[in-house]
Design a protein around this ligand. Structure first.
Ligand code: SAM
Length: 276
């Protein structure tokens, strides 16, 4: 692949997904494009790229995106943030809803860029553990778990995880929520009932504008693959998707203040988060 060809396809990927692949990613992209060319029988980059751009089904685009995204994740990733969600944010949302007279109290949470499911399932465990007994009204919750990559969503639904994925799960939750299946660990099926997994591209304006009324959005280690323009676009969709006073959790190395001033930065005991 020549540098010009690389630039053509990486610009196309950027426009469609927000994922920005710098010049140093030429080898990474070339390897995956070559694999896709072999799978689809294209002999030249030119013919592959033409058929990718002009296909009506989006099928090859999906295959390419599935091959290109970085899906690294594990249960209870960035523990201090989760502690902040569990001990500070959940009680504060519940108390506010109780004062407003909501009953039953409903929590709506979004894991945006959920990969193979470790993040939304972690949130389900935390919500199940931490919503009991905080307020007198009954509490229900739902988690929307979305990703651009359809392969990872399929894997999330199997609820089967490797030792590496579960390495940071606290012992008591390991015993309570997982069962050993050979080399793998199976997560308790009932946790799946709290979660709606579906494909969503964070840059798809139609889909993003349908997202509404979330109490908290987790978008951790996703926008690091974007540039500032696409980050800003996504941040504004998130702003619109949050309920008044709703929270955004980014990865610990990520900052929203650099991207847009629309959120208030909140320093809590265990983490810095952003609020509408
Ligand atoms: C590194 S994983 C992060 C998983 C999890 N949030 C965590 O922190 O462990 C990044 C995920 O973002 C997804 N992603 C990348 N670009 C996206 C886009 N435009 N729309 C939706 N998801 C996207 C990838 O497919 C990948 O699964």
């Amino acid at each position: 692949m020549t540098f010009d060809e690389f630039v053509k396809i990486r610009d196309y990927i950027y426009r469609k997904s927000g994922i920005f692949l710098g010049d140093n990613k030429q080898y990474y992209v070339e390897k995956r494009v070559r694999d896709r060319m072999a799978a689809t029988g294209h002999q030249s980059f030119q013919s592959y790229f033409l058929s990718l751009r002009f296909e009506s089904s989006n099928k090859e685009w999906q295959e390419l995106v599935n091959a290109l995204t970085v899906n690294e994740t594990y249960f209870f990733r960035e523990y201090p943030q989760l502690k902040c969600f569990a001990e500070e944010v959940i009680p504060s949302i519940l108390e506010k809803k109780e004062v407003q007279g909501q009953t039953p109290i409903k929590l709506k949470i979004w894991s945006a860029g959920c990969s193979t499911g470790e993040e939304p399932y972690t949130l389900a465990i935390i919500l199940e553990e931490m919503t009991a007994g905080v307020v007198s009204a009954p509490v229900t919750f739902e988690i929307h778990a979305t990703d651009i990559n359809t392969d990872v969503l399929g894997r999330a639904k199997t609820r089967l995880y490797s030792q590496r994925s579960v390495k940071d799960v606290p012992h008591e939750y390991m015993d309570k929520y997982f069962r050993r299946r050979g080399q793998m660990y199976e997560l308790s099926p009932h946790l799946g009932n709290y979660i709606k997994f579906y494909q969503l591209n964070l840059l798809d304006s139609t889909a993003m504008e349908r997202m509404e009324n979330f109490d908290a959005i987790f978008c951790r280690n996703v926008l690091i693959y974007f540039d500032d323009n696409s980050r800003r676009e996504v941040a504004l969709y998130f702003h619109a998707a949050l309920a008044e006073g709703g929270y955004i959790f980014l990865g610990h190395s990520e900052s929203m203040s650099r991207v847009t001033p629309v959120f208030k930065m909140v320093r809590l005991k265990n983490a810095i988060i952003y609020q509408k």
